[in-house]
Design a protein around this ligand. Sequence first.
Ligand code: THG
Length: 287
Amino acid sequence: MTANLTTILSSKTKQVEIYRSRPTVMIGERINPTGRKKVLAALQAGDFDIVRQDAISQVAAGAVVLDVNAGVPGADEPALLKKLMQMVMEVTDVPLCIDTADPEALAAALSVYEGKPLVNSVNGEERALSAVLPLVKEYGAAVIALCMDDDGIPETPEKRLAVAGKIIERAGKLGIPPEDVVVDPLALTMGAESNAGRIALETTALVVKEFGVNVTMGASNISFGLPDRKYINSTFIAMAIHAGLTCPITNPMVSEVMLAVLAADLAMGRDEYAMNWIKAYRARNKK
Ligand code: THG
Protein backbone atom coordinates (compact mmCIF):
# COMPACT_ATOMS: atom_id res chain seq x y z
CA MET A 1 0.00 0.00 0.00
CA THR A 2 1.47 3.29 -1.11
CA ALA A 3 0.74 6.62 0.54
CA ASN A 4 -1.99 8.67 -1.10
CA LEU A 5 -0.65 11.51 -3.20
CA THR A 6 -2.04 15.03 -3.56
CA THR A 7 -2.52 16.57 -6.99
CA ILE A 8 -2.73 20.36 -7.03
CA LEU A 9 -4.39 22.22 -9.90
CA SER A 10 -4.85 25.96 -10.16
CA SER A 11 -6.43 28.79 -12.09
CA LYS A 12 -5.22 32.39 -11.90
CA THR A 13 -6.95 32.81 -8.54
CA LYS A 14 -7.99 29.38 -7.24
CA GLN A 15 -6.24 26.22 -6.11
CA VAL A 16 -7.85 22.79 -6.06
CA GLU A 17 -6.36 19.87 -4.12
CA ILE A 18 -7.20 16.34 -5.16
CA TYR A 19 -6.62 13.93 -2.30
CA ARG A 20 -8.26 10.65 -1.32
CA SER A 21 -9.38 11.75 2.15
CA ARG A 22 -10.85 15.04 0.89
CA PRO A 23 -14.15 15.62 -0.94
CA THR A 24 -14.43 14.26 -4.47
CA VAL A 25 -13.35 16.80 -7.08
CA MET A 26 -16.06 17.05 -9.73
CA ILE A 27 -14.73 17.79 -13.22
CA GLY A 28 -17.63 19.10 -15.34
CA GLU A 29 -17.95 17.18 -18.63
CA ARG A 30 -20.44 19.35 -20.53
CA ILE A 31 -18.19 21.61 -22.63
CA ASN A 32 -17.63 18.87 -25.17
CA PRO A 33 -18.93 18.86 -28.77
CA THR A 34 -17.81 15.26 -29.27
CA GLY A 35 -19.94 14.15 -26.31
CA ARG A 36 -22.90 16.50 -26.83
CA LYS A 37 -24.74 17.13 -30.07
CA LYS A 38 -26.21 20.40 -28.87
CA VAL A 39 -22.78 21.86 -28.18
CA LEU A 40 -21.54 20.62 -31.55
CA ALA A 41 -24.44 22.27 -33.41
CA ALA A 42 -23.99 25.55 -31.52
CA LEU A 43 -20.25 25.71 -32.17
CA GLN A 44 -20.75 24.87 -35.85
CA ALA A 45 -23.22 27.77 -36.02
CA GLY A 46 -20.69 30.09 -34.36
CA ASP A 47 -22.81 30.37 -31.20
CA PHE A 48 -20.69 30.35 -28.06
CA ASP A 49 -23.35 31.24 -25.52
CA ILE A 50 -23.86 27.59 -24.67
CA VAL A 51 -20.20 27.31 -23.61
CA ARG A 52 -20.46 30.29 -21.26
CA GLN A 53 -23.76 28.99 -19.87
CA ASP A 54 -22.42 25.46 -19.37
CA ALA A 55 -19.37 26.86 -17.59
CA ILE A 56 -21.42 28.96 -15.18
CA SER A 57 -24.11 26.36 -14.50
CA GLN A 58 -21.70 23.47 -13.92
CA VAL A 59 -19.74 25.49 -11.36
CA ALA A 60 -23.01 26.52 -9.67
CA ALA A 61 -23.94 22.81 -9.49
CA GLY A 62 -20.68 21.83 -7.79
CA ALA A 63 -17.99 21.38 -10.45
CA VAL A 64 -14.63 22.60 -9.15
CA VAL A 65 -12.74 21.90 -12.40
CA LEU A 66 -14.12 22.15 -15.96
CA ASP A 67 -13.20 19.86 -18.83
CA VAL A 68 -12.93 21.75 -22.13
CA ASN A 69 -13.02 19.83 -25.42
CA ALA A 70 -13.10 21.53 -28.84
CA GLY A 71 -13.37 18.50 -31.11
CA VAL A 72 -15.51 19.86 -33.94
CA PRO A 73 -14.97 17.94 -37.19
CA GLY A 74 -13.29 20.13 -39.81
CA ALA A 75 -12.57 22.98 -37.37
CA ASP A 76 -9.16 24.45 -36.54
CA GLU A 77 -8.84 22.71 -33.17
CA PRO A 78 -5.86 24.67 -31.78
CA ALA A 79 -7.66 27.98 -32.43
CA LEU A 80 -11.05 26.76 -31.22
CA LEU A 81 -9.71 25.17 -28.05
CA LYS A 82 -7.85 28.36 -27.16
CA LYS A 83 -10.98 30.39 -27.76
CA LEU A 84 -13.23 28.12 -25.67
CA MET A 85 -10.74 28.13 -22.80
CA GLN A 86 -10.43 31.90 -22.83
CA MET A 87 -14.21 32.16 -22.82
CA VAL A 88 -14.53 29.80 -19.86
CA MET A 89 -11.78 31.65 -17.97
CA GLU A 90 -13.71 34.90 -18.47
CA VAL A 91 -16.89 33.64 -16.82
CA THR A 92 -15.52 31.27 -14.12
CA ASP A 93 -12.40 31.04 -11.98
CA VAL A 94 -11.97 27.26 -11.68
CA PRO A 95 -8.96 25.31 -13.01
CA LEU A 96 -9.41 23.66 -16.42
CA CYS A 97 -8.95 20.16 -17.76
CA ILE A 98 -7.70 20.43 -21.35
CA ASP A 99 -9.38 17.62 -23.31
CA THR A 100 -7.65 16.99 -26.64
CA ALA A 101 -5.81 14.21 -28.45
CA ASP A 102 -4.03 16.73 -30.72
CA PRO A 103 -0.59 17.79 -29.41
CA GLU A 104 -0.76 20.99 -31.48
CA ALA A 105 -4.05 21.99 -29.89
CA LEU A 106 -2.63 21.07 -26.49
CA ALA A 107 0.41 23.31 -27.00
CA ALA A 108 -1.84 26.19 -28.08
CA ALA A 109 -4.10 25.70 -25.07
CA LEU A 110 -1.21 25.50 -22.60
CA SER A 111 0.25 28.73 -23.99
CA VAL A 112 -2.86 30.74 -23.03
CA TYR A 113 -3.67 29.02 -19.73
CA GLU A 114 -2.95 30.86 -16.51
CA GLY A 115 -2.25 28.44 -13.66
CA LYS A 116 -1.69 24.69 -13.46
CA PRO A 117 -4.15 22.77 -15.65
CA LEU A 118 -4.94 19.09 -15.96
CA VAL A 119 -3.95 17.79 -19.40
CA ASN A 120 -6.50 15.29 -20.73
CA SER A 121 -4.72 13.14 -21.76
CA VAL A 122 -1.74 10.98 -22.55
CA ASN A 123 -1.85 7.22 -23.12
CA GLY A 124 0.81 4.55 -23.25
CA GLU A 125 1.33 4.73 -27.02
CA GLU A 126 4.90 5.69 -27.86
CA ARG A 127 3.70 8.51 -30.10
CA ALA A 128 1.51 10.05 -27.37
CA LEU A 129 4.15 9.70 -24.65
CA SER A 130 6.79 11.50 -26.68
CA ALA A 131 4.47 14.27 -27.88
CA VAL A 132 2.49 15.02 -24.71
CA LEU A 133 4.78 14.45 -21.71
CA PRO A 134 7.40 17.07 -22.71
CA LEU A 135 4.60 19.68 -22.94
CA VAL A 136 3.27 18.65 -19.53
CA LYS A 137 6.76 19.09 -18.10
CA GLU A 138 7.41 22.38 -19.88
CA TYR A 139 4.24 23.97 -18.52
CA GLY A 140 4.33 22.33 -15.09
CA ALA A 141 0.90 20.80 -15.65
CA ALA A 142 -0.70 17.63 -14.29
CA VAL A 143 -1.75 14.92 -16.74
CA ILE A 144 -4.36 12.18 -17.08
CA ALA A 145 -2.85 8.81 -18.02
CA LEU A 146 -5.26 6.58 -19.97
CA CYS A 147 -4.78 2.85 -19.41
CA MET A 148 -4.30 1.97 -23.09
CA ASP A 149 -1.32 1.72 -25.42
CA ASP A 150 -0.14 0.59 -28.87
CA ASP A 151 -1.88 -2.75 -28.28
CA GLY A 152 -5.24 -1.11 -27.56
CA ILE A 153 -7.28 -1.22 -24.35
CA PRO A 154 -6.24 -4.15 -22.16
CA GLU A 155 -9.04 -6.45 -21.07
CA THR A 156 -7.77 -7.19 -17.58
CA PRO A 157 -7.24 -4.87 -14.60
CA GLU A 158 -3.68 -6.21 -14.19
CA LYS A 159 -2.75 -5.24 -17.74
CA ARG A 160 -4.32 -1.79 -17.34
CA LEU A 161 -2.31 -1.38 -14.13
CA ALA A 162 0.84 -2.19 -16.10
CA VAL A 163 0.07 0.55 -18.65
CA ALA A 164 -0.50 3.05 -15.82
CA GLY A 165 2.86 2.01 -14.37
CA LYS A 166 4.61 2.51 -17.69
CA ILE A 167 3.20 6.03 -18.07
CA ILE A 168 4.07 7.00 -14.46
CA GLU A 169 7.61 5.76 -15.06
CA ARG A 170 8.03 7.64 -18.34
CA ALA A 171 6.67 10.80 -16.73
CA GLY A 172 9.13 10.36 -13.87
CA LYS A 173 12.05 10.15 -16.30
CA LEU A 174 11.11 13.61 -17.57
CA GLY A 175 10.83 15.00 -14.05
CA ILE A 176 7.03 14.84 -13.78
CA PRO A 177 6.28 13.57 -10.26
CA PRO A 178 3.71 10.77 -9.70
CA GLU A 179 1.37 13.17 -7.88
CA ASP A 180 0.97 15.01 -11.19
CA VAL A 181 -0.17 11.87 -12.99
CA VAL A 182 -3.88 11.13 -12.58
CA VAL A 183 -4.77 7.66 -13.82
CA ASP A 184 -7.90 6.93 -15.88
CA PRO A 185 -8.73 3.19 -15.76
CA LEU A 186 -11.19 3.73 -18.68
CA ALA A 187 -14.90 3.49 -18.04
CA LEU A 188 -16.41 1.96 -21.18
CA THR A 189 -20.05 1.39 -21.89
CA MET A 190 -21.61 -1.53 -20.05
CA GLY A 191 -24.28 -1.80 -22.73
CA ALA A 192 -21.62 -3.18 -25.09
CA GLU A 193 -19.47 -5.11 -22.60
CA SER A 194 -21.10 -6.25 -19.39
CA ASN A 195 -17.76 -6.43 -17.54
CA ALA A 196 -16.77 -2.85 -18.38
CA GLY A 197 -17.82 -1.47 -15.00
CA ARG A 198 -16.19 -4.21 -12.97
CA ILE A 199 -12.92 -3.90 -14.88
CA ALA A 200 -12.82 -0.11 -14.30
CA LEU A 201 -13.53 -0.60 -10.58
CA GLU A 202 -10.90 -3.32 -10.13
CA THR A 203 -8.33 -1.32 -12.08
CA THR A 204 -9.01 1.68 -9.84
CA ALA A 205 -8.39 -0.35 -6.68
CA LEU A 206 -5.16 -1.85 -8.06
CA VAL A 207 -3.82 1.52 -9.20
CA VAL A 208 -4.51 3.11 -5.82
CA LYS A 209 -2.87 0.25 -3.94
CA GLU A 210 0.20 0.15 -6.17
CA PHE A 211 0.85 3.85 -6.87
CA GLY A 212 -1.29 5.96 -4.48
CA VAL A 213 -2.06 8.33 -7.35
CA ASN A 214 -5.32 10.11 -7.98
CA VAL A 215 -7.89 8.48 -10.24
CA THR A 216 -10.27 10.04 -12.76
CA MET A 217 -12.84 8.50 -15.12
CA GLY A 218 -15.31 9.61 -17.75
CA ALA A 219 -17.86 8.23 -15.35
CA SER A 220 -20.90 8.84 -17.57
CA ASN A 221 -19.47 6.70 -20.38
CA ILE A 222 -20.53 3.64 -18.48
CA SER A 223 -24.23 4.04 -19.35
CA PHE A 224 -24.05 5.16 -23.00
CA GLY A 225 -27.01 3.79 -24.95
CA LEU A 226 -28.89 2.54 -21.88
CA PRO A 227 -32.16 3.96 -20.51
CA ASP A 228 -32.42 5.74 -17.15
CA ARG A 229 -28.73 6.62 -17.18
CA LYS A 230 -28.86 8.75 -14.05
CA TYR A 231 -29.52 5.73 -11.83
CA ILE A 232 -26.70 3.74 -13.37
CA ASN A 233 -24.32 6.70 -13.19
CA SER A 234 -25.14 7.57 -9.58
CA THR A 235 -24.74 3.97 -8.37
CA PHE A 236 -21.55 3.42 -10.34
CA ILE A 237 -19.91 6.66 -9.20
CA ALA A 238 -20.49 5.80 -5.53
CA MET A 239 -18.92 2.38 -6.08
CA ALA A 240 -15.99 3.94 -7.91
CA ILE A 241 -15.41 6.41 -5.07
CA HIS A 242 -15.21 3.46 -2.71
CA ALA A 243 -12.67 1.83 -5.04
CA GLY A 244 -10.53 4.99 -5.04
CA LEU A 245 -11.88 7.42 -7.63
CA THR A 246 -11.03 10.99 -6.59
CA CYS A 247 -11.84 13.27 -9.54
CA PRO A 248 -14.56 12.02 -11.93
CA ILE A 249 -15.31 13.76 -15.22
CA THR A 250 -19.09 13.84 -15.12
CA ASN A 251 -22.19 16.01 -15.19
CA PRO A 252 -22.70 17.77 -11.83
CA MET A 253 -26.09 19.04 -13.00
CA VAL A 254 -27.60 15.57 -12.68
CA SER A 255 -28.79 15.79 -9.09
CA GLU A 256 -28.85 12.00 -8.57
CA VAL A 257 -25.14 11.87 -9.46
CA MET A 258 -24.24 14.87 -7.31
CA LEU A 259 -26.15 13.41 -4.33
CA ALA A 260 -24.49 10.02 -4.78
CA VAL A 261 -21.07 11.71 -4.72
CA LEU A 262 -21.91 13.67 -1.57
CA ALA A 263 -23.28 10.56 0.14
CA ALA A 264 -20.26 8.49 -0.92
CA ASP A 265 -17.92 11.19 0.43
CA LEU A 266 -19.79 11.05 3.71
CA ALA A 267 -19.53 7.25 3.82
CA MET A 268 -15.79 7.43 3.05
CA GLY A 269 -15.04 9.94 5.82
CA ARG A 270 -14.33 12.69 3.29
CA ASP A 271 -16.95 15.10 4.61
CA GLU A 272 -16.07 16.30 8.08
CA TYR A 273 -19.10 16.89 10.33
CA ALA A 274 -21.23 16.22 7.21
CA MET A 275 -20.79 19.89 6.38
CA ASN A 276 -20.97 19.44 2.60
CA TRP A 277 -24.00 17.17 2.85
CA ILE A 278 -25.86 19.65 5.07
CA LYS A 279 -24.82 22.65 2.97
CA ALA A 280 -26.14 20.96 -0.17
CA TYR A 281 -29.38 20.03 1.63
CA ARG A 282 -29.92 23.65 2.66
CA ALA A 283 -29.19 24.90 -0.84
CA ARG A 284 -31.72 22.46 -2.32
CA ASN A 285 -34.41 23.43 0.13
CA LYS A 286 -34.01 27.19 -0.23
CA LYS A 287 -35.38 27.20 -3.77
N1 THG B 1 -11.73 9.86 -19.92
C1 THG B 1 -11.11 11.05 -20.02
N2 THG B 1 -11.66 12.09 -20.68
C2 THG B 1 -12.87 11.94 -21.27
C3 THG B 1 -13.57 10.73 -21.17
C4 THG B 1 -12.95 9.66 -20.48
N3 THG B 1 -13.43 13.00 -21.94
C5 THG B 1 -14.61 12.80 -22.73
C6 THG B 1 -15.54 11.79 -22.08
N4 THG B 1 -14.82 10.60 -21.75
C7 THG B 1 -16.15 12.41 -20.84
N5 THG B 1 -17.12 13.41 -21.23
C8 THG B 1 -18.43 13.07 -21.52
C9 THG B 1 -19.25 14.05 -22.02
C10 THG B 1 -20.59 13.76 -22.26
C11 THG B 1 -21.08 12.51 -22.01
C12 THG B 1 -20.27 11.53 -21.48
C13 THG B 1 -18.93 11.82 -21.24
C14 THG B 1 -22.49 12.17 -22.23
N6 THG B 1 -23.20 12.88 -23.08
C15 THG B 1 -24.60 12.61 -23.30
C16 THG B 1 -24.78 11.52 -24.35
O1 THG B 1 -23.88 11.31 -25.14
O2 THG B 1 -25.82 10.87 -24.32
C17 THG B 1 -25.28 13.86 -23.64
C18 THG B 1 -25.69 14.01 -25.06
C19 THG B 1 -26.11 15.40 -25.41
O3 THG B 1 -26.45 16.21 -24.52
O4 THG B 1 -26.08 15.68 -26.61
O5 THG B 1 -23.00 11.24 -21.66
O6 THG B 1 -13.50 8.54 -20.36
N7 THG B 1 -9.91 11.19 -19.44
